[in-house]
Design a protein around this ligand. Sequence first.
Ligand code: COA
Length: 222
Amino acid sequence: MPEWPKGAVCKIAGLAFTGSNPVPATAPGPLGGRAPLSSPTVNLDGPELHLRPLAVADASALLELRVREREFLTPFEPLRNDRFFTLEAQREQIEQGLQDWAQDRGYGFGIFYRDSNELIGRVALSNVVRGAWQNATLGYFIASAYNGRGLASQAVGLAVGYAFSEVKLHRVQAGVMPRNQASAKVLINNGFRYEGRSPRYLRINGVWEDHDLYALTVEDHS
Ligand SMILES: CC(C)(COP(=O)(O)OP(=O)(O)OC[C@H]1O[C@@H](n2cnc3c(N)ncnc32)[C@H](O)[C@@H]1OP(=O)(O)O)[C@@H](O)C(=O)NCCC(=O)NCCS
């Protein structure tokens, strides 16, 4: 488990974050007998964006974002049933994310537009593996109305900086469908290298889709 020095401020390529350790669960709750966890105090700031782990109190904002962007995101995501678009399901998503933080399995952030404090997307380091690999997979989306302003590139830069500086990972990888050139550009903007095409890599919107794999190791991260 990485240490987040309380109140620490770290600058990554002009971007800043502060942090403190996440708080462990203390009581039985709806997820596997564990209570909703407190949200770790981690704040990543870029020129236009503020990133922080989502708390249970963010569930209604997340639901609103998910419902509004349902049509936009459907071609890029696993199939979602109607229950996914309920407050209860979004709260469970957040609680699962907090469990992942506490267990060093994943590090997910809400992406907030700084001017309005509106939740406009998510970026997550998932499937953390330690041992010889020290790797995580990266996923992200930005609300359609905010596309084309460099915001996904900014959010990915913040998350990747955190992955290397604080989570102490060695490698971050991402898979992109070949037709999703905007997403590939986001990775290239952040120094990721193309590693090859993996056939039928992920089941997206009900179809096993080929993906282009991109990765960045800490040695190549500026
Ligand atoms: C992909 C996504 C994250 C991009 O978000 P964004 O905030 O618009 O991204 P940015 O503005 O940081 O960068 C997009 C880049 O792609 C470029 N681009 C956009 N559409 C493109 C296209 N059709 N072909 C090639 N490049 C394209 C932009 O010009 C920009 O490049 P630049 O930095 O050189 O100007 C967003 O569209 C999204 O959430 N899509 C749905 C979910 C998704 O695909 N997630 C990623 C799964 S791997």
